[in-house]
Write a protein that binds this ligand. Sequence first.
Ligand code: GLU
Length: 424
Amino acid sequence: MEVKQHERLHRDDQNLCKLAISELEDIYADLGLSIEELDLLDMPRRSFTVHFPVKMDSGKMKMFVGHRVQYNDARGPTKGGIRFHPELTLGHVMDLAFLMSLKCAVVNIPFGGAKGGVAVDPKEIKRNELEQVTRGYIHAIADYIGPFKDIPAPDVYTDEKIMVWILDEYERIKGEHAPAVVTGKPIELGGSRARSYSTSLGGIYILEEALKKTDMDKFEVSIAIQGFGNVGENAARILHERGYKVIAVSDSKGGIMNREGLDIPAVMKHKAKTGSVVDFAGATNITNEELLTCECDILVPAALSDQLTKDNAADVKAKIVLELANAPTTKEADDIFFDRKIMLIPDVLANAGGVVVSYFEWSQNLTNDYWEESRVLERLKKSMITAFNDVYSICREDNCRMRRSAYKLALKRILQAERLRGNL
Ligand code: GLU
């Protein structure tokens, strides 16, 4: 059935996923979805906001706001990161939770999608305050998460240490051990080998498969990476180790470039010492904007959302864009890249390595059988290559962009699960 816009637009759209509405109308029409199917996809199963008090180091109480959206759970318990960011809104979390549902379906792991977070700038508060904020948030949502309900993980500005506080707070409340309630834990507390760099390595497996479809030579390509947090830094490190030439990297303070290739281990040392990649001796300083449009073959946005927009997409020189961040490209920029025949490898495929190894971590926790690193890497590679080829063949058949193929594949899988459950 054709998508009947008018039937949907008069609805109160407070609880609708904006991304679903704006980006997916064409795909919905292509897939010939019914109104029931659309309704099922446009709304999260559960979305909530919590307010909780935290005693700050000054002795004063401060209220914080957190959100969690469990978007779709037809294929399994919901799964997705928790981010700490001062501008976090429920609407944005909803979009990201929707993306997680698609991501888990693209790589075919038995999870639905979720996302959550707290509106806080972790750089502005003390370590103890950060711990109390994490514990306060988990206290507020503890009844709604769990190994078979909803499983958090790291995301923007959250790390292993925060995952430990999540685990500990949850276990204190429940009065039992439950390592599978959260992934991205340190190895000593049930984390998986390779989880800490799995998003980056998964993206590199995808990139290597994509390069095979082009005439570019692995050792001649130049790569620019925006973002030097966990994902960007590990991507730069692994690419460098595998013999690639990384010519530019950046963080929130700015970027650096060396056309001959950066000495990444030295850049990492410089960042550890000074707090930023900027002013690295073996390179020239550039802005983040210059990095995005610099002369390079592969561009890897690995920072925040909405970096590639209608204002800079026409100036991007790369032939491949590998989205390691979530939603770094706007719809308009995506259209421009497609017209310019730039291969855009979408986030739901490119950065899914993180959640794939989260799935391995969860399985290891539930079976109490811990894997060697080589086994994790072998299975990660297999999952990523299979997903890439699944998406690429739809792309070929339909002659459409890769994001569209990935969404199509994911939506089909999610709707099939809903159908089998009798919800459709
Ligand atoms: N935050 C990561 C993502 O956006 C990982 C999620 C997870 O491992 O559950 O994919």
